[in-house]
Design a protein. Structure first.
Length: 460
């Protein structure tokens, strides 16, 4: 009995010891593998952050984690370039030929771009080094050229972000230096990238493959060359930016490309892509190429309304008013979708009094309304959740509350050539009738005059 009682505690202690050794071993292995990536490791799909949108329409085609907080280093440099090219002092804009003279020596973080105190550098070359080479010292030099007070320049950056409704973004430096307060998102990056492409100087730099800066230094656009976008899609408008702050930092890539016109498309797709993840550069490029290929295969851009085409009709004062599109309207739809079926609803905002009556209701409109008069906008809600405003105009005339009279006016408007001929004939008839009447009046007067002369002669 004694031996049995002693053996149970020994067995329990041995079991506990084995469990403790296993826990320690697993913990050590876990810490050893933390932060490393084996060949079999893959970044979880839900960690990737990207957005694909069509530039002209602004429609989002693909998106994932677009509002997740991202590293603003590349965005800071892009915003720095935008602020420089839009800044004006006393009505004078900054030119790419302007000379910048740094007050101290500096070298970029990667050691490739050196600036010397007292030397002269053009704004254009500093922008190329900044955007294509990620030269952080060039960002600081450009900011100092605008204003020696860095905080002033950063304030302008944040004001520009607010103007563009970049709600997830806050800048703390022109060069994107790390700060716990700075932040952005892929969605905001797409907003600024789209805006920057409208600035000719910035767009031309982004779409260049390489450029000579100074001291025989050639900076290569790492976004354009590995992609071979021009070779793949035969377009000359491909470009972009690429940035990785370190081996363990997430890479960010922004691309703009005009795809060839597909069979189903009325016009070519213009894509903007921003992709951010923590995988290798090659996988980052592969993902972006895949998103471009999927967009080209799955979507097409088509004209939904032509200028002057009827969108709808609305009742006004007991009559029917045709609502027409002022300009052509394009949207991007899935390849197997009828464009009209992709519109979920239409609401109207009439400029008559700013009243938004909703679909099919024209309570905001009152006579008189003349043909081709601009009425306001039609807001289209698409099935992908995006909304678009189309300027609208009247397709017919409603002058009064009398339907019969307005019908006559519309009949005249719809048959103008015929009524012009009738009006001319009536005018001729009126002229002839008037001439005949005047002629008769003159003859009567002449006859009366002669009669008076005869009567007087007979009296004498």
């Amino acid at each position: 009995m004694t031996g049995t009682r002693l053996e149970k505690p020994r067995m329990r202690a041995l079991t506990a010891l084995i469990a403790l050794i296993m826990m320690i071993t697993l913990t050590v292995q876990s810490f050893a593998s933390y932060g490393t990536e084996t060949e079999d490791d893959e970044v979880p799909e839900d960690f990737l952050s990207y957005i694909v949108l069509e530039q002209d329409s602004g429609q989002v085609l693909y998106t994932q984690n677009a509002y997740m907080i991202a590293d603003p280093a590349l965005l800071s440099k892009l915003m720095c370039a935008v602020v420089v090219m839009e800044y004006s002092a006393d009505g004078k804009k900054i030119l790419v030929t302007d000379s910048v003279t740094p007050k101290e020596n500096s070298v970029s973080k990667d050691g490739k771009f050196k600036l010397y105190a007292g030397a002269s550098y053009t704004v254009g070359n500093l922008l190329r080094a900044l955007l294509l080479g990620g030269a952080d010292n060039c960002a600081r030099a450009l900011a100092a050229y605008i204003n020696p007070n860095t905080e002033y320049f950063v304030t302008v950056m944040n004001q520009t972000a607010a103007k563009l409704s970049m709600k997830d973004t806050y800048f703390t430096s022109p060069d994107g230096a790390y700060s716990t307060l700075s932040r952005t998102s892929v969605n905001d990056f797409a907003i600024l990238y789209d805006y920057a492409l409208k600035i000719p100087t910035v767009r031309n730099i982004i779409q260049s493959e390489f450029s000579h800066i100074w001291d025989n230094t050639a900076v290569f656009n790492l976004c354009s060359l590995p992609f071979s976008l021009k070779n793949t899609y035969g377009t000359s408008t491909a470009g972009g930016l690429f940035f990785r702050s370190g081996d363990d930092a997430p890479g960010t890539i922004a691309v703009n490309i005009t795809l060839p016109q597909s069979v189903a498309s009325d016009v070519p797709l213009k894509l903007i892509l921003v992709v951010r993840d923590s995988v290798t550069d090659e996988e980052l490029m592969t993902l972006t190429r895949s998103l471009i290929a999927d967009s080209y295969a799955e979507f097409h851009k088509t004209r939904v309304y032509k200028a002057g085409e009827k969108i709808a009709d609305c009742p006004v004062a007991g009559q029917t008013l045709d609502i027409l599109a002022v300009t052509d309207f394009y949207m991007v739809v899935p390849s197997d979708t009828v464009p009209s079926a992709y519109i979920q609803s239409i609401t109207y905002s009439f400029s008559d009094d700013g009243y938004n009556p909703g679909q099919g209701n024209s309570a905001g409109l009152r006579p008189p309304i003349t043909e081709r008069q601009e009425l306001g906008t039609a807001s289209l809600l698409l099935k992908d959740g995006s909304t678009f405003d189309v300027r609208i105009m009247a397709g017919n005339t409603i002058q009064t509350n009398n339907p019969g009279f307005n019908s006559f006016l519309n009949m005249v408007g719809n048959n103008k050539p015929l009524f012009i001929v009738i009006a001319v004939l009536l005018a001729v008839e009126l002229y002839v009738a008037t001439a005949v009447i005047i002629s008769k009046i003159r003859k009567n007067r002449e006859k009366k005059r002669l009669d008076r002369i005869r009567a007087k002669a007979q009296q004498n």
